[in-house]
Design a protein. Sequence first.
Length: 314
Amino acid sequence: IDKDALDAQVKERKIQEAAEKAQHEKFAHDMKKNDKLMCLLEERQKNEIKDLNRALTEFHKNFQKPETRREFDLNDPQALKKDRPARVSDSDLRCTISGMQKFMGEDLNYDQRMKFQKEQLREWSLQQQKDWKNALADQKLADDLYDKFRIELDRKIMEEQKKEEESRRVVCTATKDFNRIQVAELDHKNELEKAQKMKDDMDEITFLLRGDLLSENPDQAIGPMGKHHVLVDRWKGMNQEQLMAIRQFQKEQALEKLRVREQERQRDAEWDRQLLQTARAQLLWERQQQRENRVQRRDLDFVNAELSQEQKAK
C-alpha cells in the first residue's frame, strides 16, 4: 500500500511538472508573440517618421527654395551682378531728352513694382496655402491608414483570441463528453459485474445444494455399477477425503473471490483518482488561461494607449 501511494504521488508530481512546463512554454510563446508585435509596431513607426521627415525635406527643397522667399532680393549674393547700371550708353532709352540721369528720390516704376510685388506675394501665398493643404491631406491620409491598420490589427488579435477560446471550449466539451462516456461505461461494467456475481453466487448455491456435500453420498453407498452409482438405502455420509476436497475447493473459491474483489477495488480507486486528477488539471488550466488572457489584454490596451498618445503628440 505504501509503494502504491508513493507511485501515485510520483505520477501526480510528474503530471504537475508537465502542466507547469506547458504553462511556462505557453507564457514564453505569448511573450515572444508580443515582442514580435512590438518590434513590428516600432519599426513601422520609425519608417513613418523617416518617410515624414523625407517628405518634409523634399517639400522644403522643391517648394521653399531661398530664391522664392519674399525677402530674397535683399539678401541675393548675385544682386549686383543682376542689377543693370544706371546708364549703359548714350543711346540708352532710359535717358530723358534732356540727357540727365535719374535723380535721387525718384522712383518712376514704383506703381508697377508694387503691383508686381503684390501679385507675386499673392501667388506665393496661394502656393503656400495649396502646399499646406496638400501636406495636411497627406498627413490625414497617413493617419487614416495608420488607424485602419491599427483597427485591423486589433480585429485580427480579437479573432485569434476568439478562435483560441473556441478551440479551448471544444476541447473542454470533448473532455467532458469523454469523461461522461467513461463513467457510463464504468457504471455499465459494474452492473454487468454485479449481475455476473449474483449469477455466480446462485450457481454456487445451486452447486452446493446439488453437490456431494449436501447429497449425503458416503463411500459405502457405491453400487455395483461403478463408483458413481449410489445406493440410497446404504448412504451414511461422505468420507473424510471428500470433505477435505470440498473444504479446499471452497477455500480456493473464497480466495479467488477476495482476489477479484481486491482487483476491482484497486481498479475503481485508480479510475476515480485519474478522473479527479483530470478534472483538477482542467480547472487549473482554465484558470491559468483566464489569467493569461487578462494580462495579454491589459498589455495590449496599454500598448494601444501609448501608440494613441504618441500619434496625438505627433
